[in-house]
Design a protein around this ligand. Sequence first.
Ligand code: UDP
Length: 149
Amino acid sequence: RLNHRGDPKMATERTLSIIKPDATRRNLTGKINAVFEDAGLKIVAQKRVQLTPAQAGAFYAVHKERPFYNDLVSFMISGPVVLQVLEGENAVAKNREVMGATDPKKAEAHTIRAQFAESIEANSVHGSDSAENAANEIRFFFAETEILP
Ligand code: UDP
């Protein structure tokens, strides 16, 4: 979509972010939040929680048939996570950009995963991969009254 100047139209979006247990364990919440804020993303909701096996299993249900599913669910309940709603222009794509590739060995140098991830599994952050998934993932963890732009 283009605006009246013929430039790509910027849409204010929300996306769901999770700071994963490998990162909370290493006290990296603030450093990761600084990357989001420096990229122009606003943290409009945030809570530190211990996920239950049922929550982690349901959240990653699309990966149920993948070989890494059981290990991934175990990892996601191995310690607290920080659930966040990030808001900003093109928030979904912007967040994916600053996260970097799933495999930290393939992630670009400045990204969160290149800087902080331990492995392809313990890769420090989750971010929704589309606006539609973002809406569903935000609804999974947050009431609208918990989101304060
Ligand atoms: N994952 C894993 N092994 C793999 C691929 C993915 O353990 O071979 C984990 C990793 O934590 C990843 C999550 O599963 O972040 C979801 O995978 P997806 O392909 O959706 O990657 P993402 O969107 O998180 O980059």
